[in-house]
Ligand binder design. Structure first.
Ligand SMILES: Nc1nc2c(ncn2[C@@H]2O[C@H](COP(=O)(O)OP(=O)(O)OP(=O)(O)O)[C@@H](O)[C@H]2O)c(=O)[nH]1
Ligand SMILES: [Mg+2]
Ligand SMILES: [Zn+2]
Length: 288
């Protein structure tokens, strides 16, 4: 019996079993040894044959581990696609908390506006004003439509050679995008969906190998992204423009509220920091 130790990456969890993607992109199912720490999608593991079963024997060191509140989301991610859409309407705090989570974990982040086909006169300006804020902060923005296939080529390009995770509110179109880049996987995706108010909604994260290289993780939609075990310094570091001015405040521990000679408040008044980002910063500081 072949007892060679092999390695692969966790694609999905089903109770005590995991699906592992091997280097040649084929999939196998394996059991978890009880002594293992909690594993997540994206984890690199060793496994071997033991009593006719494939068993995961150990976890290989993680590059990073994305967490949400006290839940582990995924590991070894190189890129985060923060997806927004005209409907459901985007939330600033959610985008900003994803950007912080990405910054803490050294993950490149970009914003994907999906459903451009559904932009209407009444929501267009609001969305583009919001995107302008992030464009000015040098975040990459890609506008697509999974319905009309608009600009999907740009998205394919950015997925190459990355392990990307798509995050965002429920209903923005994360799974729709996955199905565009992996048309033959559709049935597998729906297996992990629940029907909620007549709609499919993703219930657990899953990693897929892309046929042309790279990996893509679809994740369940959220209402809010509660950051976990995070310091005020880490929140500040995620707000690059606020952080830059915070260094110039008179007091080292300035809370940018009522202190004299606060460079952040001055920058806010001069329009160098936007009101939306400042509000979102204050909200996240107060709620973490
Ligand atoms: N008009 C339009 N509708 C879209 C587009 N992309 C997705 N949708 C629709 O948006 C709805 C939600 O899509 P999903 O892909 O399930 O969204 P999700 O982000 O995976 O949602 P959760 O799994 O709940 O987090 C579906 O009815 C899609 O058909 C698009 O580009 N344009
Ligand atoms: Mg989904
Ligand atoms: Zn200050």
């Amino acid at each position: 019996m072949n007892k060679t130790i092999e390695s692969g990456q966790i694609s999905a969890h089903f109770g005590k079993n995991v699906i592992i993607i091997k280097e040649d992109n084929s999939k196998i199912s394996a059991k978890l040894r009880t002594s293992l720490p909690k594993l997540v999608v994206g984890d690199l593991v060793n496994y071997q044959l033991s009593n006719n079963d494939l068993v995961v024997t150990n976890l290989i060191k993680r590059n990073n581990l994305l967490q949400r509140a006290d839940k582990l989301v995924a590991a070894n991610i190189s890129q985060m696609l923060i997806m927004i859409a005209p409907d459901p309407a985007p939330q600033h705090e959610l985008i900003d908390s994803y950007l912080i989570a990405a910054s803490i974990n050294n993950i490149k982040s970009l914003i994907v506006l999906n459903k451009v086909d559904a932009l209407k006169l009444e929501n267009k300006n609001k969305i583009f004003d919001l995107l302008k804020i992030y464009q000015n902060l040098n975040y990459q923005i890609i506008e697509i439509s999974c319905k009309t296939n608009y600009n999907l080529n740009s998205l394919h390009q950015c997925l190459l050679n990355n392990t990307s995770i798509i995050v965002g509110q429920s209903g923005v179109g994360k799974t729709s995008l996955l199905n565009k880049v992996l048309p033959n996987q559709y049935s597998k995706v729906s297996e992990l969906s629940n029907i909620k108010q007549g709609k499919h909604t993703t219930s657990t994260a899953q990693l897929f190998a892309l046929p042309y290289g790279g990996k893509l993780i679809d994740s369940p939609g959220v209402r809010s992204f509660a950051l976990s075990n995070i310091t005020k310094e880490q929140i500040s570091a995620g707000f690059i423009e606020i952080n830059q001015f915070a260094k110039l405040c008179k007091f080292n521990d300035c809370s940018h509220n009522l202190e004299p000679k606060c460079a952040v408040i001055t920058a806010l008044k001069e329009g160098l920091i936007t009101k939306q980002r400042f509000n979102s910063y204050q909200y996240l500081i107060a709620n973490n």
